[in-house]
Write a protein that binds this ligand. Sequence first.
Ligand SMILES: Nc1nc2c(c(=O)[nH]1)N[C@H]1C(S)=C(S)[C@@H](COP(=O)(O)OP(=O)(O)OC[C@H]3O[C@@H](n4cnc5c(=O)[nH]c(N)nc54)[C@H](O)[C@@H]3O)O[C@H]1N2
Ligand SMILES: Nc1nc2c(c(=O)[nH]1)N[C@H]1C(S)=C(S)[C@@H](COP(=O)(O)OP(=O)(O)OC[C@H]3O[C@@H](n4cnc5c(=O)[nH]c(N)nc54)[C@H](O)[C@@H]3O)O[C@H]1N2
Ligand code: SF4
Ligand SMILES: [Mo]
Length: 688
Amino acid sequence: MDLKYVQTTCPYCGTGCSFNLVVKDGKVVGTQPYKRSPVNEGKVCPKGTYAHEFVNSPDRLTKPLIKKDGKFVEATWDEAYDLIAQKFKSYKPDEFAALSSARVSNEENYLMMKFARGVMKSRHIDHCARLCHASTVAGLAASFGSGAMTNSILDIAESKCIFVLGSNTLEQHPLIGRKIVQAKQDGAKVICADPRYTPTARLADLYMPFVSGTDVALLNGLMQEIIKNGWEDKEFIEKRTKDYEKLKEVVMKEDYSLENVSKVTGIPADQIKQAAEIFGTTKPGAILYSMGITQHTVGVDNVRSVANIQMLTGNLGKPGAGVNALRGQNNVQGACDMGALPVVFTGYQKVIDPAAHKKFADAWGFPDGICEPKNGYEVTVMMDVLTDNPGELKCMYIMGENPMISDPDINHVRHALESLEFLVVQDIFMTETSELADVVLPAACYAERDGTQTSTERRVQMWRKAQDPPGEAKEDWQIISELAAKMGYADQFPYQNMEEIFNEVAELTPSYHGMNYERLNKPEALHWPCPTVEHPGTPILHKEKFSHPDGIGIFAPIEWKPPAEVPDAEYPFVLTTGRILWHWHTGTMTRRSATLDSEVPTGWIEINPDDAKALGIQNKEMVRATTRRGTVNVPAKVTPDIMKGVMFMPFHFAECAANILTNNALDPIAKIPEFKACAVKVEKITEA
Ligand SMILES: Nc1nc2c(c(=O)[nH]1)N[C@H]1C(S)=C(S)[C@@H](COP(=O)(O)OP(=O)(O)OC[C@H]3O[C@@H](n4cnc5c(=O)[nH]c(N)nc54)[C@H](O)[C@@H]3O)O[C@H]1N2
Ligand SMILES: Nc1nc2c(c(=O)[nH]1)N[C@H]1C(S)=C(S)[C@@H](COP(=O)(O)OP(=O)(O)OC[C@H]3O[C@@H](n4cnc5c(=O)[nH]c(N)nc54)[C@H](O)[C@@H]3O)O[C@H]1N2
Ligand code: SF4
Ligand SMILES: [Mo]
């Protein structure tokens, strides 16, 4: 039998595991362990194991589609490009917006950025990092001068105390979860605070259920207790930070006494005391956080509080410590690094900085210039502008995102996207979003191309092509380049392969400057920053100094504020949302993966048994969940694993879509929506 093994990296989460794709007769048919990656040593989670199953699904898009009289008809690439080029050219620069994709490679994100700013000359480009770690990028940049996870995955195993806050690591980053298990086997203490008793919480020596949206109160309470007992790291504070007095003024307030924090969070005072003692006295201590922290109207405040407690305890710049913001999508770190954000070019070089703007304008050489040196709109703001200010944005190019399931308040999103004059969606499957498009372009998936992606620990790793794309589908970089050529910019998009694009990125990006395909083509790859070709890469950030120009970390005094919408008589429960082990976001891939889909075929709402009893609701009964945005019928899961007063829905399932219910209230700085807390009522469905 003619079997081929092609080593590649996982297309799902930001952990960045490697595995082999098994290829038979030119088609991907399975996965096999690849043991030489230090990240996962041959092990994978269920999504990695079955990552081949969707690749040759009969639902894959194979031809460009153009909507005529409300129906999609197949078209040639030339017809599709001609129509798009003619339409795109008819709009003013800032009437166009692009959504790039954390699912595709660095090279392709870079090209989408170059297309938006260079070809269209628009300020508006963003991607799903807005819904995810926008708070981290803004918050950690303010505290430390760099918005990335500070440590590496491997050194989590060296920690002596791991505080998991708003991360369900075992289900959402399973191979990072394995590092928590390894640390624990080595004697580390694990603390977890989460409204749900998740598989990750089950690992904890101290588990504290608490009400969604009260993280700052908890962190301030812990810091007060640490300072009161003299457990702060005085030398670290003195030598490496500033504004400690400002922090102290806030966290020492009576509002953050054990009793008051207990009232706000629902955690008994003695547990908060115990957590402070364990975390304050056991070194090194790492914090692992993810969406429980970031997806709030106070997302940036939450992130800065996490940074505060790690500076207070001196837990930065060393193995086993750090602020470990676990990035979600396979290449969300890379999409941010590549400048698929409305305020930066690659490597976080600011669009409004005249020197950076000139650098890119000169290097790209568009004869008619590039976008203005002004910040653009965030995804969430684009949707608001579309509904509130008709005619300002008119056309959109979405690559590899499905906002009709993943953005907050889906009715609002539908209204926004329907008000566009022209929408192009480039995906591997027909989605709820591409249904609204004027043109749909069929893309190759991860198994059908080379390229690089950057994992949560800033490790830049390779994808390797294992099979040809189905039908006439093309790699995303080819589509963008060919479209740019149709629009008259062939000279600016002359690429023959991904490697040529990567070399251009490295040329323009200080943190990637020392990287090339030859150096990346080994099991351990390279962590950025990697400024020169001799540089070994940087697994741990902030060892001697922080990334601010003066090298000093900045404490921020943060007061606790409640979520934008809190329970009241009409909507008496807190609704929080998130994910499960078996499914991926909008389900386009995992629901087409027979094994994963058969494990969990539909969604649910988690309800505490006391609340269920009061509402007269039985386990598995269909119930009606309603918020100020909409109503969803969804099966109830009555379980003691969620605290009283809080309810949880996974957001993967179109037939009971959590985002019909969620609130698109935004963090004022990060513009991230409050996916993790809104007010909901749940009722029995009585026969009409
Ligand atoms: N299987 C699977 N894995 C994934 C994904 C997926 O779709 N499926 N998505 C990937 C992506 S893009 C991301 S961003 C990550 C996200 O990874 P996680 O952040 O770990 O996942 P979530 O389920 O969104 O939320 C994490 C936890 O936050 C808790 N929580 C809810 N409200 C609050 C709160 O107010 N405060 C605190 N502290 N906790 C709260 C929830 O109960 C939940 O257990 O996962 C990645 N991995
Ligand atoms: N209620 C609620 N909503 C949430 C969240 C939450 O916790 N609660 N979390 C938010 C977070 S953290 C995130 S990251 C977002 C994710 O939101 P999205 O990014 O919209 O979700 P995905 O399902 O990952 O969508 C990616 C799309 O890319 C397509 N795709 C996959 N591979 C390729 C490729 O190679 N090329 C192209 N062109 N397309 C490809 C897929 O088919 C899919 O349609 O959801 C957010 N929404
Ligand atoms: S942990 Fe993440 S990267 Fe690793 S196999 Fe699972 S989904 Fe893929
Ligand atoms: Mo995410």
